[in-house]
Write a protein that binds this ligand. Structure first.
Ligand SMILES: [Ca+2]
Ligand SMILES: [Ca+2]
Ligand SMILES: [Ca+2]
Ligand SMILES: [Ca+2]
Length: 277
C-alpha cells in the first residue's frame, strides 16, 4: 500500500492568533492544510498522480524518486549521504534513519521494523504520535535554540497521516513549508491477526522551504512511536514513544541544544563538532 501526501500549510492570521491551540488540537492543524497557488500567477492544477513537482515555474522535479523505496545510488554517496542511525522500539522493533543531501533538497529515509502495525484512527495531528510513526526534528541552522523558525518537526504515520510543525514565538506552530513523502507498508494496518514486517518513509524537503543550503551544518534528532495494543490510548499500555540515545545520552527532540550535528556526510555530537579544527 502506498500513500503520497503533499502538505502545504498557509499560516493564516487566524492561525497566528490561535496557534497555541494548534499544538494541542489536531483538527485545527488538519483543517489548515491547503494547496497554495500564487494569486498573481495562476498555475495549472497539479496532477499528483504524475509528478507533483513537475510544474513549469513552480517546483523542481525531485532528484530522487519519492516512492518509499531506497534504490537510488545517491543514498550511498560518499560525499552527501549520512551514516544510518538506528533506534530500538517495542521488543525487536526498530527505526533507522539516513539522510541524503541533494542539490536542491534534503532527503530522509526511515526504515521501520514493526511486527504489529497499528494507528490511532486516521486523523492528522496528535493521533499520529500515538500511531506507528516516525519523527524527524531539524535545527536547520544548528543554533541549538528551541522552537525558532529554523526548527522543523515532521511526524509521519504508517497510514500516511502527518503532524508537521515549525518553531515560532518559542512554541511549536503549524508550518507553511512543503514536504513531499511516500510511505510503503509491508504488512497490514490495524489487523492484528498476522505478523507485520514494517514500513518505510521517504521524505523530501526543499532547501528553500527550510532556509538551508546543501552544505550547511544542521542539528537533528528523531523519534519513533510504537503502537502495540489497540483499543486504548494509554501510554505504556497501548503505545510508547521511543527516542535516540548516543552513548547513554538522550538526544531530546524538545531540546535543540541536545541535538546531534549532521555535516555533509558525518554525524557527531555538538562538542565533537565544536572541537573540529
Ligand atoms: Ca526512492
Ligand atoms: Ca533552532
Ligand atoms: Ca497487521
Ligand atoms: Ca507497532
Amino acid at each position: 500500500m502506498k500513500k503520497t501526501k503533499i502538505i502545504l500549510s498557509l499560516m493564516t492570521l487566524l492561525v497566528l492568533a490561535g496557534w497555541r491551540i494548534v499544538v494541542a488540537d489536531p483538527l485545527l492543524s488538519a483543517a489548515n492544510q491547503v494547496v497554495f497557488t500564487k494569486e498573481e500567477e495562476p498555475q495549472p492544477p497539479i496532477d499528483t498522480a504524475v509528478n507533483p513537482f513537475d510544474v513549469p515555474g513552480n517546483f523542481e522535479a525531485p532528484e530522487l524518486n519519492i516512492d518509499g523505496v531506497m534504490d537510488e545510488t545517491e543514498w550511498n554517496s560518499p560525499e552527501w549521504s549520512s551514516p544510518t542511525v538506528t533506534i530500538g522500539r517495542k521488543d525487536t522493533n526498530s527505526a533507522s534513519l539516513k539522510f541524503y543531501r541533494g542539490e536542491k533538497a534534503l532527503f530522509a529515509f526511515f526504515t521501520v521494523l514493526d511486527n504489529n502495525l497499528l494507528t490511532d484512527g486516521f486523523a492528522n495531528g496528535d493521533p499520529v504520535n500515538r500511531s506507528d510513526s516516525v519523527e524527524l526534528y531539524l535545527d536547520t541552522q544548528n543554533d541549538g535554540v528551541n522552537n525558532k523558525g529554523n526548527d522543523i518537526q515532521i511526524n509521519i504515520g504508517v497510514h500516511g497521516r502527518t503532524r508537521i510543525l515549525t518553531g515560532s514565538d518559542n512554541v511549536w506552530g503549524t508550518w507553511n513549508g512543503l514536504v513531499n513523502f511516500e510511505v510503503t507498508v509491508n504488512g497490514t494496518i490495524n489487523s492484528e491477526g498476522d505478523t507485520d514486517v514494517g514500513f518505510n518513509v521517504e521524505i523530501m524537503v526543499p532547501y528553500s522551504a527550510i532556509n538551508m543550503e546543501r552544505d550547511d551544518v544542521i542539528g537533528f534528532s528523531l523519534g519513533a512511536p510504537d503502537r502495540y495494543l489497540s483499543g486504548g490510548n494509554t501510554i505504556g499500555t497501548n503505545f510508547d514513544w521511543y527516542g535516540w540515545f548516543v552513548e547513554g545520552t538522550f538526544i531530546d527532540p524538545q531540546q535543540a541544544s541536545a541535538y546531534m550535528v549532521l555535516t555533509n556526510n558525518q554525524i557527531m555530537t555538538r562538542e565533537q563538532y565544536n572541537s573540529l579544527p
